[in-house]
Each structure stands twice: as structure tokens, then as C-alpha cells.
Design a protein around this ligand. Sequence first.
Ligand code: SF4
Ligand code: SF4
Length: 197
Amino acid sequence: MRLPKLRELKEAITAVLRGPYTARFPAEPTPLPEAFRGQPVFDEDECVGCGACYEACPPDAMDLVDDVEAGVRRITIHLDRCIFCGQCEANCITEKGIKLSNHYDLATTDRGELRESVEKALLICESCGEVIGPRDHVRWVAERLGPLGFANPTLLLTAMEDLDAAGGVPTPSAHLRRGDKLRITCPKCRQVTSLLA
Ligand code: SF4
Ligand code: SF4
């Protein structure tokens, strides 16, 4: 009977000397482990708006909306549905577009505050108004393809626009013609210029 009591006394003294095991949050920030997964945050300069993170998100915590009128793709994370799994970061095609941060203090009474979003300018078909994709994504693909990208008129034109060398591109006509091949067109409209016009 005596031995266990001595052991408990030793443990009690050790605990008093060592201090509390619990963190003093919210009075002080909680120390975080190295691989902590907190709020995902977009990097607007590195994200190209491809939507791979949206496709990979297991609990469907992200929205992807193409606002054709405003000419932007908007990707929004609903942090109240996020499970901080890190699949968005793991599947980001640029590997830098989204990162899980150390931010964990998300408590709020207003769910509307629990949003993280990014907007990217859209490339839209000049003929039918169909969304081709975010401009930055098209540029990213063109960079990866290098000279091979010149085989695709949309990639070529986007690269020419970036070089301010696309002044000779024909203006859109009422009906697609072969001359419209070198315009920013979606795959469907390009097929028309190749096969039917
Ligand atoms: S951390 Fe997981 S749940 Fe949260 S947005 Fe990224 S993929 Fe979705
Ligand atoms: S670049 Fe990365 S962060 Fe941006 S939409 Fe694509 S996968 Fe998501």
C-alpha cells in the first residue's frame, strides 16, 4: 500500500514542477506540430485556376463558378465544411497555388466569414461565348508545351497576346469562316472552321 502512494506523490510533485500539460489558448497561441494542417490559403500569383483542387476535395467543401458576365472563374473554399485533409495542396498542378497554413482559430458566429477564394480571368470563345478556361491556366499549359503549343491556335494566340503581337487577328464575323481559324475559339467552333466553314 505504501509504494503506490509514494509513486503518486512523486508524480504529483513532478507535475507541479513541470507546469500544466494543457495549452493556455486562447490567452496564448497553442504551440503547433511541424506538420500541422490549418486553413487552406490560395496564392493568387501561383494559382492558375485549373480547378484540380476543387475536383480532389473529398467533402465537397469547394465551389467553382465561371462568371461569364464578369469574365472570371471564382473558386471558393467553405471552411465550415473543410476537413483540413490537404488534398487540395497535394493535387495542385502548380504545387504552389494553395497551401495549408498554421491558422486554426476559425471560431466565429458568422458562417459567411468562413470563406477563402481566388478569382482568375477567363478566356472565352470569341464566336459562341463558351468558356475555354482561365487565361493563366492556358498560359501555364503553353509554357509546359513549349514550341509544341504553337500547333494549337488558342495557345498560340494567347502567347501572341502576351507578346503584344496579336494585332493582326481577324475580328469576329457573324458566321465562322476558314479565316477565323486564328481566333480564340472553343474546340467546337474550331471544328466548324476546320470541317464545315
Ligand atoms: S483541405 Fe481537404 S477538405 Fe479542405 S478544401 Fe482542401 S481538399 Fe477540401
Ligand atoms: S492551380 Fe492549384 S490552387 Fe489553383 S485551381 Fe489549380 S489546383 Fe487549385
